[in-house]
Design a protein around this ligand. Sequence first.
Ligand code: GAL
Length: 506
Amino acid sequence: MAGISPAWVCAIAALLVGQVVSYIDNSTGQVIVPGASSYNGLNLVPQMGWDNWNAFQCNVNESLLLNTAQAMVDYGLRDLGYQYIVLDDCWSIGRNSSGYLVENPEKFPHGMKYIADKLHGMGMKFGMYSSAGIFTCGRFPGSLGYEQKDADLWASWDVDYLKYDNCFNQGQSGTPQLSFNRYNAMSQALNKTGRSILYSLCNWGDDNPFDWAYTISNSGRMSGDVYDSFNRPDSRCPCTESIGCAWPGFHCSIMNILNKMAAIQSRTMSGYFNDMDMLEVGNGGQTDSEYVVHFSMWAMNASPLLIGTNVLTLSPANLAIYSNPAVIALNQDPSASAAVRKWQYFVNPDETGQGEIALWTRSLDNGDQVIALLNAGNTSMTMNATLNDIFLDPRTAGAYQAPPQLSEMWDVYDLWANRMSDNEAASIINGTSMNLTSNSNSTVTRYNATATSYAEGLKNNDMALFGAKVGSIPPMGTWSAMIERHSVGLYRLRQQPSGLRKRDEL
Ligand code: GAL
């Protein structure tokens, strides 16, 4: 074994038993995921940040961006991983005589480089928006035909991220090849700048980007625009499946977008994430438990987590949702995989005519399993997850052999059990509790991913990343829980150490 480090031996052994395990390169501190690919080396786990669109649309300016960034630093959101401040549509006024985009001087009096410098000074990163069309969706100039010029300009401003929309594309869509070519032009242009710029496609799932975009970009929207509704159908969002959706539309509910993920989960990978769109938590259209479902299921499916509300007026309850480190660690898991919907049943509909219960599961890098018992029906009910359902995939892989997981004992950790109290969140917002150690709960309610990455924290069994133990599942057993209407039970299952298991059996 000369020349092979212990970490590699571990990783290879894990691969042989069919489990992908990450390790940390001691010389660079970087998390290495064997087999991970990113076309530009960026985004091995989903991007996190804030985007102004859901809450402000075109009503943006320099102070909104900088004040939001400062609040994110103050509220601990930056250190939870929310690093990108993404300026959406409506920032430019046209092109100058040399063909370069010009920012709106009233909204951005000091120019864009100034904003980038300020953000970088705060430890944040700067995201920019354009469209692979002649106009943006808000009818400002688009980048079609100007890819290199625009990429060069953004690089000269020290931009770190591009959200690239799909409006006014001159009919250059309708086949995956047409869309690929149009989006690839910008991918190549960004590469040529020599600057690391995360490339986030926003073509709403048009022409199935999940089948071709992972070699040219870091994330791709897989649905029409989200709106702040839990499950109300809207005829402007006609598709219920992502495959073959000819008209992605907009006004897509949380449940509509979630269910579109079920078929394409295998197309989520390290370096390329299916983007379920920006988070609506805080915008007022859903109940607290519905927002918990929204945040949980975006985390489960390794969607980018972009806060889409006004951070400056965030309520304590909504800060507590955005700040749950155990759920963010699920999103940022080095497995970079999405969840599998193991079953879905249609049940008593609510006032929107919708009602379903579902079991979603996800295998994590360290062998833990996460299960989401989702009740989107109208009444509370007891829901069951059997080990047989949770481990359906190993049960059905190849010639049947009972997978070892079925005869294990699993400890169950509720990932929302340590949700920060409203009092603690309020003390963060009003600036009386900035210190991680000033609150007795802080070791489980808060986390600093700038200091210790989630991958490292998970390896160290940091208590903040595991929720609280609420029970266990015996071999061949079932986890049962009462789940309220429009709620989710989100649990991390951890294999009991064998010593402990033996004692239990005595
Ligand atoms: C949409 C996009 C939204 C937002 C908007 C701006 O196409 O999906 O997220 O960027 O354009 O006009």
